[in-house]
Design a protein around this ligand. Structure first.
Ligand SMILES: [Zn+2]
Length: 428
């Protein structure tokens, strides 16, 4: 029998783990104008020109274009630069209003029934996501357990759910998903929750293909791996990306947890060494509390299951992309490249049949940019996953709202990607 290190702490009750976040003054994005800038492949020059402007970079690390939200005070200075820029949204503050208020989670029953699908009509406070997860577990008590993958910088447990089918716990290869590592990518939380909802409800209903999927794998799903950052986006700054760890003697807070994995860490061009940058890699490989937790948990998942990790997905937004390794070595190809591409393209084709969304599949270096210290390279190379992907959800671009997806777009996004995953999980 295999010993689970990171999985041993599954008995931590969710309710006692709740922490009330301090509320700071909210950052206003009223009047921020969103531009798409063509960099003509010279991103360094553009970045040096905009260095002193108050703006938010939505696309850190890209080469051919930048999506920027410029503060109203600096719009004229930005326009005066004469960059090849198009306005895609007039007012980011108005876009944020389109997300609607965070809707409290109202359970209509105390029974072991599944929660209602109206959950996916709105965004919700962090604590309610924990309750939602607990309610899914209560509806599927003999085939699931709540798990925690260690703690965040501010001491919050990184919560998830593990569930399995007729072969019992740990009997099958693992399907392993992370959501919300980048705090502002709210659609990822909702998507991961919808997928796990469909898997559990389909199993309980006896839906044939879904039952076969759940019987074939052990699922480990962590909808919010950066809880401190996620809460910060809900209380203080909607556009926050990183964790909330201050660094001594640095004026900026936060490390990009998805540049901090201890594999291909700090590759030139793949992350930033500046603590103020959105892609700050940390001071040494894996030096964030979140990373220490996630590495231990990932290694434990790989060791705990017969067949290791079959599929890992790190869910992100935005861009309509299915990305595979490598991000940290742009000269390397994964060994099973053809197989991974076949499945990624197949998934994209199924997603497109639902509502026409066109996802592009390919290695992160080819499709996007070098990104070092990222999860998918670690999970493929070190944890030995067969398929290891990053998945950029809706919208397709900044013109569609960027990280701010209106509440009425949640359901279309999660539904099309459920169909893609349903095909992938049945086929892979
Ligand atoms: Zn992201």
């Amino acid at each position: 029998m295999k010993l689970l290190v990171g999985l041993g702490a599954v008995a931590v009750p969710l309710v006692s783990a709740r922490i009330v976040a301090p509320r700071g003054p909210s950052v206003s994005y009223d009047g921020y104008r969103v531009y798409r800038v063509d960099t003509h492949a010279d991103v360094a020059t553009v970045e040096s020109q905009i260095r002193n402007l108050r703006l938010v970079n939505f696309s850190p690390g890209t080469i051919d274009h930048l999506d920027l939200a410029v503060s109203p005070e600096d719009i004229s200075a930005f326009d005066a630069l004469g960059l090849d820029a198009a306005v895609v949204h007039e007012d980011l503050g108005k876009d944020i209003l389109s997300e609607g208020p965070l809707r409290p989670y109202l359970r209509t029953t105390e029974s072991a029934d599944l929660p209602g699908l109206e959950w996916f009509d709105n965004y919700h406070p962090y604590e309610d996501h924990l309750q939602f997860l607990e309610d899914l577990h209560l509806a599927f008590p003999d085939n699931s357990e709540l798990v925690t993958a260690g703690a965040s910088y501010e001491g919050r447990p990184i919560q998830g759910i593990h569930f399995w089918g007729e072969n019992g716990k740990g009997g099958r290869p693992a399907v392993y998903w992370h959501g919300t590592v980048h705090a502002r990518e709210w659609i990822t939380t909702m998507t991961v929750e919808y997928l796990l909802y469909q898997l559990i409800s389909g199993y309980l209903d006896g839906t044939e293909d879904v039952k076969a999927i759940v019987d074939a794998y052990d699922f480990y799903i962590l909808p919010v791996v950066n809880p401190d950052g996620f809460i910060h986006t809900q209380t203080t700054d909607r556009m926050w990306r990183k964790n909330r760890q201050p660094r001594d003697a640095e004026r900026c807070t936060g490390t990009d947890v998805n540049r901090n994995w201890p594999h291909f860490w700090n590759v030139t061009g793949g992350a930033s060494d500046s603590p103020c940058a959105e892609t700050f890699r940390g001071l040494s490989p894996g030096d964030t509390p979140e990373m220490q937790s996630l590495v231990a948990f990932t290694d434990a998942v790989a060791a705990a299951n017969e067949g290791g990790i079959k599929l890992y997905i790190d869910w992100h937004s935005y861009g309509h992309l299915i990305l595979l390794s490598y991000g940290g070595d742009c000269d390397a190809r994964v060994e099973n490249y053809e197989r991974q591409m076949e499945l990624a393209r197949g998934t994209a084709a199924v997603v497109e049949t639902v509502d026409g969304s066109k996802y592009t599949a390919g290695p992160v270096c080819d499709v996007l940019y070098a990104a070092s210290g990222g999860s998918m390279d670690y999970v493929y190379d070190v944890a030995g996953a067969e398929l290891s992907w990053g998945y950029e959800l809706s919208p397709a671009d900044a013109a569609g709202g960027g990280f701010v997806l209106p509440a009425d777009q949640i359901l279309p996004t999660v539904v099309e990607n459920w169909e893609g995953m349903r095909w992938l999980l049945s086929t892979m």
